[in-house]
Design a protein around this ligand. Sequence first.
Ligand code: ADP
Length: 260
Amino acid sequence: MCSELKNNENVIDIQSLTFKYGTRTVLDNINLQVKKGAFLGLVGPNGSGKSTLLKCILGLLQPSSGNIKLFGKSSHKFKDWDKIGFVSQKANSFNTGFPATVYEVVSMGLFGKVGLFRFLTKQHKEKVKEAIELVGLSEYMKQNIGELSGGQQQRVFIARALVSDPELIILDEPTVGVDIHSVNNFYAMLSQLNQMGITLLLVTHDVSGMTNHVNAVACLNRHLHFHGNTKDFQENHKLSAFHGQEVHLLVHNHSTRGGE
Ligand code: ADP
């Protein structure tokens, strides 16, 4: 997992970003930096703009104003998409009825590089096995993905992202549909990947589940209300109980502390 970036440099740098659907502002002057090596939890209630922000980061939506830099490059000019893995909440419904094995689904993560399955080299095949091992699913390699639990399926999709050696993985509500007992193990696995040097941006409304694992938290509800370390987040009870009404109170009582 090598990187041209030095520690402390920003993998994602969002500057004064505003996004409007028509005349409705759903992201208002967001400043947020994700440092190399961070494991950042981005939280906010439904409708707070999390998906919209992700779409802006991934280049699917054009911000109304402001800039986004990825790995130090303006997102307009950024081409190294291999550096970024994306795992979405929909991942666990994708392919589950399709009779593909865990090994085959993870191999698909290399198709952008090598083309079809039959072009995989010995090294590629090793890489696939390594990624499956990293997410703790070696014994399920030949099993159809549809036979696995929601948590195991999400691990398969993490492995599919891992095969192209990403430096950043963005996860959009990855624990939706994952049973409560598996969630903790899932987060522990993410921590392990983070310790290997992969920067993680986890978008979730599962505030309580993720706080033992992430090392920083950003709270979004149109504005960025907080960005800081997990301890400060936990000690701020209003933020920790970050749900709809609480957030509206914060809008009145709390000044924005974005970009810490
Ligand atoms: P979250 O991911 O936090 O649930 P979203 O980014 O999906 O929030 O949505 C933010 C706001 O933008 C919501 O009020 C939502 O209704 C609105 N919105 C989302 N997508 C569209 C769209 N394509 N057109 C108009 N409004 C949208």
